[in-house]
Design a protein around this ligand. Structure first.
Ligand code: THU
Length: 146
């Protein structure tokens, strides 16, 4: 696995947090990630008067990932407005999991962790694919019998 420049990722997350739009919580969040093609992407939280519609920093980071051509997340860092490490919320762990490279690493409050450690036994695309494959196989069986 490639060497991760955690200091650079942390600095990018700190810089991203300065772009946050947080008139309601006053709690800026910045996120940064290394993509498997070498891109460094960032995101910040974007709040809304309808509080529940708020976009977490990870949401804008994943938008940048996809709009920039896609790819897999290799390493991730997230900070608050004081530059302190922050754990991605549960919903955002799910968001990150969808786009994670195998063994994706996160700079967390308890050290460097893999995506599987922060979201064990995750639900993901695999469950949908496995189910669809079984359903299609069963469908063919019925046709053969009928
Ligand atoms: N927030 C994030 O951007 N990411 C997280 O993983 C945790 C929470 C934001 C959402 C809201 O704008 C603010 O932090 C306070 O909850």
């Amino acid at each position: 696995m490639r060497e991760i420049d955690w200091a650079a990722l942390h600095a990018a997350a700190v810089s991203a947090a300065t772009k946050a739009y947080t008139p309601y919580s006053g709690f800026p969040v910045g996120a940064a990630a290394l993509v498997d093609d070498g891109r460094l992407i960032t995101g910040a939280n974007i709040e809304n008067a309808a509080y529940g519609v708020t976009l977490c920093a990870e949401c804008s980071l994943v938008s940048e990932l996809i709009m920039g051509g896609g790819g897999r997340l290799v390493a991730f860092a997230c900070v608050n407005g004081a530059g302190e490490r922050l754990m991605p919320c549960g919903r955002c762990r799910q968001l990150l999991f969808e786009h994670a490279a195998p063994e994706m690493l996160l700079d967390t409050v308890s050290g460097i962790r893999t995506i599987d450690q922060v979201l064990p036994d995750a639900f993901g695309p695999r469950q949908l694919e496995d189910y669809a494959a079984r359903r299609d196989t069963a469908g063919r069986g019925e046709e053969a019998n009928g």
